[in-house]
Design a protein around this ligand. Structure first.
Ligand SMILES: [Zn+2]
Ligand SMILES: [Zn+2]
Length: 267
């Protein structure tokens, strides 16, 4: 499958403190590449200021929404959607629903796990699992709970645990199966995330591989009937639709079916 991407629903801007480019910079790049739908989903601020080093502040919310509104006027040929990538926790429900979707009027939220609770503390799947299976059931439980909250359009990089759990074994397979079965039952699309393909590959007991997507995860996803969304997870304008064709190729390899999102999110 070698089509040119016309949609990307996962994009970060300078506001999260670890990406570059304004909304207009992304829009200009998207238009130049024939993209039709660009979803901006920067890392959400949290009302308690948690993890503020990698996300905008609550005080930036109005400016974020305004920046998107201005870009919409500047690039009428492109449908620019306003979203946010969210960390799930029950205490943030009201903030997401009333502040982000309500007052701010965002078009959608996506969920992505950058930390999950384990025995009273938050653990980062990007770096803290140390290939220790003790964390995986907590990770899976967290993802399933977030998906069940009903607030999110899709779940981003569900296989991100592979960043710091290096082997593929019975534990990772069970974790993948739990997530994928729940996703299918809930009708929640899972994201094949292209960002992991652009980061340096890592050495694992099974050989060199990309951080994510994890092939065995998506093989299980296909068996479970998961529907997928392919995104670039762009952190700089030139990556606006980067790696999306490779994500579709991966999906085709396992016979995964693309999610049918509402018309707003389709080209
Ligand atoms: Zn990021
Ligand atoms: Zn992201």
């Amino acid at each position: 499958m070698n089509r040119l991407p016309t949609v990307n629903l996962h994009t970060h801007t300078w506001r999260c403190k670890h990406a570059s480019g304004t909304v207009a910079d992304y829009a200009r790049e998207a238009v130049a590449r024939g993209v039709k739908v660009l979803g901006i989903t920067d890392h959400t601020p949290l009302p308690d200021g948690r993890w503020s080093g990698v996300r905008m502040d609550v005080a930036d919310l109005d400016a974020y929404a305004a920046e998107i509104a201005v870009a919409r006027e500047q690039f009428p040929q492109l449908r620019i959607l306003a979203g946010m990538e969210c960390e799930y926790a029950p205490e943030y429900r009201n903030f997401y629903q009333e502040e982000l979707l309500g007052r701010l009027g965002l078009d959608y939220l996506i969920a992505g796990c950058h930390a999950f609770p384990h025995e009273g503390r938050w653990v980062g799947p990007h770096g803290q699992l140390n290939s220790d299976p003790v964390f995986l059931p907590a990770y899976a439980k967290y993802i399933v709970e977030a998906m069940g909250s009903g607030m999110f359009l899709f779940y981003a990089h569900p296989d991100v645990f592979g960043c710091s759990y290096l082997p593929w074994d019975a534990h990772t397979a069970a974790c993948a199966r739990e997530i994928c079965i729940a996703a299918t039952q809930l009708g929640m699309p899972l994201e094949i995330n292209g960002y992991g393909l652009r980061k340096p590959p890592i050495d694992t007991p099974d050989g060199k591989r990309c951080l994510y997507p994890l092939l065995p995860f998506w093989e299980i996803a296909a068996e479970c009937g998961v529907r997928y969304v392919a995104t670039s997870d762009a952190h700089r304008p030139e990556d606006v639709v980067a790696s999306i064709p490779q994500c579709h190729e991966l999906a085709a390899r396992f016979g995964l079916r693309e999610a049918e999102l509402p018309p707003l999110f389709r080209a």
